[in-house]
Design a protein around this ligand. Sequence first.
Ligand SMILES: [Zn+2]
Length: 126
Amino acid sequence: MNRKQRRASGTPSYVPGPPSGEARDLRIVYGAGCTYWGDIYSIQTLPLGGHRMPACPHCRGMLYEQESEAAWMERVTAFAEQTNDSQYVAFMRWNKGRACLSLRPEQGGDTAFERLRAQFDAEARS
Ligand SMILES: [Zn+2]
């Protein structure tokens, strides 16, 4: 889908949306220091030494990438089986693209996923 955006000068400029079909980049990203994950088109970029660094769209933290959502979900599914957690896959799908929580211990990061999970469980019950 394409959208138009107006420059500060008022001149309309064309801003293409993410490509589709074979041109689409299938990589996903996940937070190095936060609970974020989403598709590669969800990132923001920050200037760094003349380059643009990919960053979390919510906290601007560093991101890692995985080759595809299918590969990511394989890891998620393996973890769910390993921990015998029947709702873990649904929880991770629910978390896709959501605002992140920091994983830094001094910001309560030790319990970040537990807090997200409590939110997921509460929504699932309602
Ligand atoms: Zn983040």
